[in-house]
Write a protein that binds this ligand. Structure first.
Ligand code: CP
Ligand code: NVA
Length: 305
């Protein structure tokens, strides 16, 4: 039966481990000039209803380097924008392509596609989740810290799609996660309810960023207004006072703290220029790893490994 990747709760712990190992292996092999063209003749379709630089290009290059092809479709240029039902589009595309990556506002739309498609559907970001991002981010943590199990991750920022996927990951993998959001921008309780009972003890919620970063190995942030929320930015800048990841906040974290951001970053808002431009920063490796992780995901879903 085909598998989809709509949220990280679709994966078992072993699936995570397999993806981390394979992505790291594919990265090493690519660096040595070895081309793994296991997806020759296969086609990935991408339907994006929101902007993207990294995710789109990482998926397209991943597919090309694996010997396949990618077709990018802006949702506006498809019949979806003229109300063709998701179930019809999904059934038709399943006759042309081998896998579909989607970036939408409403998560329910990706779920609807997955239900009707006979090919794997990948969530390339919805308002609710960004699973592929967190897979490549944990890959980066493994590269820098040697593993993720004993790592304390602190989220400082909005209770958005990216932290939701962090909560899903902590729920399955069991690492410590502290989530600090301003009072009116907290994680949706539905997402917390989805976490396993066991995981709930590893995941702590607070409104105090200083408390969250204490002894953190990783401090993660993201924009204060996500795509679709741009009109709220000025209101949010006020509400998020004290939540900027800057050198002063990081002084409370471990000395070798790793600061992460999925990018794009807004300098002077959720992160300071000095932190973003720090010579030891990992942001660019984080972005690179999306390509390698996307390869591992595509290989696994398309070949059914
Ligand atoms: N991190 C991320 O998803 O970036 P894009 O929006 O550029 O794809
Ligand atoms: N939370 C951000 C992530 C962008 C990669 C957004 O949804 O816009």
């Amino acid at each position: 039966m085909k598998k989809d990747l709509l949220s990280l709760l679709d994966l078992e712990k072993d699936d995570f481990e397999t993806l981390f190992k394979r992505a790291i292996q594919l990265k090493e092999r690519y660096a040595r000039g070895i081309l793994d063209t296991l997806l020759t003749g296969k086609t990935l379709g991408l339907i994006f209803d929101k902007k993207s630089t990294r995710t789109r290009v990482a998926f397209e290059t991943a597919m090309i380097q694996l010997g396949g092809h990618a077709i990018y479709m802006s949702a506006q240029d498809t019949q979806i924008s003229r109300n063709e039902p998701a179930k019809d589009t999904a059934r038709v595309l399943s006759r042309y392509i081998d896998c579909l990556a989607m970036r939408t506002f409403d998560h329910a739309l990706v779920e609807e596609f997955a239900q009707s498609a006979t090919i794997p559907v990948i969530n390339a970001l919805t308002d609710s989740f960004h699973p592929c991002q967190i897979l490549s981010d944990i890959m980066t943590i493994i590269e820098y810290k040697g593993g993720y199990k004993d790592v304390k991750v602190a989220w400082v920022g909005d209770g958005n799609n990216v932290v939701n996927s962090w909560i899903n990951a902590a729920s399955v993998l069991g690492f410590d996660l502290v989530v600090a959001c301003p009072e009116n921008y907290q994680v949706n309780p539905r997402i917390i309810d989805m976490a396993s009972l066991e995981a709930k003890s590893n995941i702590v919620f607070t409104n105090d960023p200083k408390d969250a970063v204490k002894n953190a190995d990783v401090v993660y942030t993201d924009v204060w207004a996500s795509m679709g929320e741009e009109d709220e930015l000025s209101k949010r800048i006020i509400a998020f006072e004290g939540f900027q990841v800057n050198k002063a906040l990081l002084s409370g974290a471990k000395d070798d703290v790793m600061v992460m951001h999925c990018l794009p970053a807004h300098r002077g808002e959720e992160i300071s220029e000095a932190v973003l431009e720090d010579k030891n920063s990992v942001f660019w490796d984080q972005a690179e790893n999306k390509r390698h992780m996307h390869k591992a995901i595509l290989e696994s879903l398309i070949l059914g490994n």
